[in-house]
Design a protein around this ligand. Structure first.
Ligand code: CP
Ligand code: NVA
Length: 331
């Protein structure tokens, strides 16, 4: 049956089948190719989208804006604190107002329940640009990047190191188990993903031929991995006080040369970015002054190495977000 995602929300990959995700990846690869060749994909003139950001962003905001511009659409960016949302107006009311004016709405912010409520009331497609629980547009970019570099997705062994119970760990486990990859969360057990989500992903994996493994052991966990993935140890919206505990618990799971050498020979390093790999950031410097660590979740050596594909991932955010908007808005 032909895949039709018109009118659908994009809130988490849990809501999408293997075939639908595959379809979005194909569409993304096609629009990427068209962009490189200068072939326009601009049949969306007269349409408008709203971007709500309750947390900051570089990649996600720019991806939505560039993709929308390429498609011929108008964009309104609502930055943190610049609208009535949450302070003077409920999510349900905001959704019903924006839904009257816009053809699609992106939301980045806190709980998944907020983006779900927005979607319930908006009457137009709502796209999750990151919540505490999930980051689904990042997943499409990551799967496309893996396919480009390794030539396959199914059967790939991905190891995620760090805070595996937050948006990136959760989303990668869902994406991998849906698409037949072997996912390992290699981290301290306090940072293992939620048991109920693990159970659900085990079900997906049974169907796709993938698997889900949780381990605290770096040596066996990362052995022969095709992809080593990490993310910041402290996410947006978390208090500064958690740094000390994170550094203590997650330092053994830093991605360094030893980890990469233990992985498969052609393994790639991935990170959704932004990353703390040197002292060129304000937070990086503050953490160094307090805890003496110059590099956090990944060493500069690995980040800058030939195995690192982080900027390909960043570029693919734009192509995959374009595909999500095309598919859900309909051509
Ligand atoms: N990876 C990602 O979502 O980056 P931004 O926070 O810059 O959007
Ligand atoms: N876990 C990170 C992801 C950033 C893209 C955060 O939520 O800040």
């Amino acid at each position: 049956m032909a895949i039709n995602l018109k009118g659908r929300n994009f809130l988490t990959l849990k809501d999408f089948t293997h075939e639908e995700i595959e379809y979005l990846l194909e569409l993304a690869a096609d629009v990427k190719d068209k962009k490189k060749k200068g072939v326009p994909v601009n049949k969306y003139q007269g349409r408008n989208i709203a971007l709500i950001f309750e947390k900051t962003s570089t990649r996600t905001r720019c991806s939505f804006e560039v993709a929308a511009n390429d498609m011929g659409m108008g964009v309104t960016y609502l930055e943190p604190l610049s609208s009535q949302i949450g302070k003077k107006e409920s999510i349900a009311d905001t959704a019903r107002v924006l839904g009257r004016m816009y053809d699609g709405i992106e939301y980045r912010g806190f709980g998944q329940d907020i983006v779900e409520e927005l979607a319930r009331y908006a009457g137009v497609p709502v796209w999750n640009g990151l919540t505490n629980e999930y980051h689904p547009t990042q997943m499409l970019a990551d799967l496309l990047t893996i396919r480009e570099h390794l030539g396959r997705i199914k059967g790939v062994k991905m190891v995620y190191m760090g805070d595996a119970r937050y948006n990136m760990g959760n989303s990668l486990m869902v994406a991998c188990s849906k698409m037949g990859l072997h996912f390992t969360a290699c981290t301290s057990k306090e940072y293992f993903p939620d048991a109920k989500l693990v159970e659900q992903c085990n079900e997906y994996a049974k169907e796709s031929g993938g698997s889900v493994t949780l381990t605290e052991d770096v040596q066996s966990g990362t052995k022969d991995a095709d992809v080593i993935y990490t993310d910041v140890w402290v996410s947006m919206g978390e208090p500064d006080e958690v740094w000390e505990e994170r550094i203590k618990k997650l330092s053994p799971y830093q991605v360094n040369k030893k980890v990469m050498d233990n992985a498969a020979k052609d393994a790639i390093f991935m990170h959704c970015l932004p990353a703390f790999h040197n002292l060129e950031t304000k937070i990086g410097k503050e953490v160094y002054e307090k805890f003496g660590m110059k590099e956090l979740e990944v060493t500069d050596e690995v980040f800058e190495s030939g195995q690192s594909v982080v900027f390909d991932e960043a570029e693919n955010r734009m192509h995959t977000i374009k595909a999500v908007m095309m598919a859900t808005l309909g051509v």
